[in-house]
Ligand binder design. Structure first.
Ligand SMILES: Cc1cc2nc3c(=O)[nH]c(=O)nc-3n(C[C@H](O)[C@H](O)[C@H](O)COP(=O)(O)OP(=O)(O)OC[C@H]3O[C@@H](n4cnc5c(N)ncnc54)[C@H](O)[C@@H]3O)c2cc1C
Length: 461
């Protein structure tokens, strides 16, 4: 429960000035929704997005460093908002997940899915220094998702300034924003859509409004060039999830894009060598063409991933959104940016910009994500246990393979894993579905089956 100290009645008047710090998905979504809503109710707002990166260049410095998987539910929500994702922004439409363990793999297809998951580049694509000139992708294929969203915001009337905001100051009345030591203006509302990779969130902590940025861990991301035809023939439209017990690696995934695959790894002290060791694991190497060698150089980055909730992400005339506030654990961060941006825009335009209004109308959305993550944590801990226990791991693979062969069983376990790894549904809903008595019984039967087969093999020796 928060002790609210701010004013209770602050609204945006006509001509109200909004400064959005950050032009990643959260900043662009907020701008699109706020400007659309203001237009609908006949309110005139003056909104500027401050984004210091250009998303048009190649490499990590022009990119918001992520695997770029847009969940099926977000693709649909965006289409309803009139934001349609299609090629060349969409690099590949995903319809399958492949779970690879050291005991074997299983391919999961969602029966309801109509190729709704999209993969995108957040910046201007991987740096082509790492690929030979002949393999270099034509510029027309390197369309940035973040740049596309900024364009959508511009079409709604947002102004965009390509500068870094280096100071926010709380005056008696309104927060002032500064760049290179120069005050730009006092804002009626400052939106902190700065993510967690810049030092900007720290700037908000130092304002003394009670804000604390979310806890984070480091991830390691690499873009490996294998050529468009090899991506299609060896990875197709499938994201590969690897649960192979590599030391210090919690999670690894390979996401196919145009001519590249994105390798995302979570764990302790992951380095370029950990990635090379991963690519050399027999079950991983098998996925790549025989003639392919790991390149000496490839585009890579070490971004942070949000694994906890921010404290007090709002104050009078200030609201923090996206990764700087709350995001779903390990999944669908862009979907969380959408949810928090929409709730903050609705609050600011329809109700007001005071701490009390943000607490009443915006904060419930963050709280819902945070509570859902509690169950997400439990489910990922359970996945870890499955992965480390050979009998349970084999039983799960059997169960999944059986479901894929026999649709009449209803894909119960497959859809649980599908929703968990695609980020398609809330962890709470998946958790409830996991307690299906029929499913638990089938899982138990498979465990006994694996134990029996092992026992029989030992007995025969
Ligand atoms: C390895 C990894 C893989 C991921 N994979 C996925 C995935 O597949 N799908 C998914 O949905 N999510 C994924 N995520 C999460 C996703 O990247 C984030 O949740 C999402 O980018 C959050 O959006 P945002 O707008 O809040 O922040 P960001 O995308 O970080 O954007 C913040 C923006 O603010 C700008 N900025 C910051 N400070 C200032 C300043 N002072 N002045 C001007 N501009 C500023 C930055 O330049 C940046 O452009 C992944 C994350 C990681 C680390």
């Amino acid at each position: 429960m928060y002790n609210l100290k701010g004013n209770s009645n602050l609204t945006l008047n006509d001509g109200g000035k909004i400064a959005v710090l950050g032009g990643g998905p959260a900043g662009s979504f907020f701008s699109i929704f706020a400007l659309k809503l203001a237009k609908q109710i006949g309110k005139d707002i003056d909104l500027t997005i401050y984004e210091h990166k250009s998303f048009l260049n190649e490499g990590p410095s022009s990119c918001n460093m992520c695997a770029g998987v847009i969940s099926e539910s977000l693709v649909q929500l965006l289409a309803i908002e009139g934001i349609c994702l299609k090629p060349p922004i969409v690099q590949r439409a995903i319809d399958t997940y492949c779970f690879q363990t050291i005991s074997g793999d299983v391919l999961l297809n969602s029966p309801s899915l109509q190729r709704g998951i999209a993969t995108v580049y957040r910046g201007g694509g991987p740096t082509s220094k790492s690929t030979s000139e002949t393999n270099k992708k034509p510029e027309s294929e390197k369309i940035s998702f973040d740049d596309f969203l900024i364009d959508c915001a511009k079409k709604e009337g947002a102004k965009v300034e390509n500068i870094k905001i280096d100071k926010v100051e709380l005056n008696k009345d309104k927060p002032g924003i500064f760049s290179k030591g120069e005050k730009l203006f006092d804002a009626d509302l400052v939106v902190g859509a700065c993510g967690i990779n810049a030092k900007t969130a720290k700037m908000f902590e130092e304002l003394g409004i009670g804000y604390t940025h979310p806890s984070v861990i480091k991830a390691f991301q690499s873009e490996i060039h294998i050529g468009k035809s090899f991506v299609s023939s060896h990875f197709g439209n499938a994201i590969h999830i690897f649960l192979i017990n590599q030391p210090d690696v919690k999670f690894a995934a390979i996401t196919p894009k145009g001519s590249y695959v994105t390798v995302s790894m979570l764990g302790k002290d992951i380095t370029k060598q950990t990635v090379i060791d991963f690519l050399n694991y027999p079950v991983v190497k098998d996925k790549f063409p025989d003639s392919w060698d790991i390149p000496d150089a490839f585009c890579r980055c070490v971004p942070k991933i949000n694994v906890g909730a921010a404290r007090h992400p709002f104050a009078d005339r200030i609201v923090m959104i996206g990764d700087a506030s709350s995001a779903r654990l390990y999944k669908d961060g862009i979907g969380s940016a959408y949810l928090t941006a929409k709730a903050a825009a609705n609050t600011a335009i329809l109700y007001g910009v005071s701490e009390a209004e943000f607490y009443k109308y915006y904060y419930p959305t963050c709280r819902k994500i945070n509570r859902d993550n509690f169950l997400g944590n439990l489910m990922f801990a359970f996945t870890d246990t499955i992965n480390k226990t050979p009998i349970i791991r084999e039983a799960l693979l059997k169960l999944l393979r059986n479901e894929q062969k026999r649709p009449e069983l209803g894909y119960k376990c497959s859809t649980i894993l599908w929703d968990m790894f695609t980020g398609n549904e809330r962890y709470t809903d998946i958790f409830i579905r996991a307690f299906n008595p029929g499913l638990l019984l089938r899982f138990l039967i498979n465990i006994f089956n694996v134990i029996f087969i092992r026992f029989k093999t030992i007995w025969r020796q």
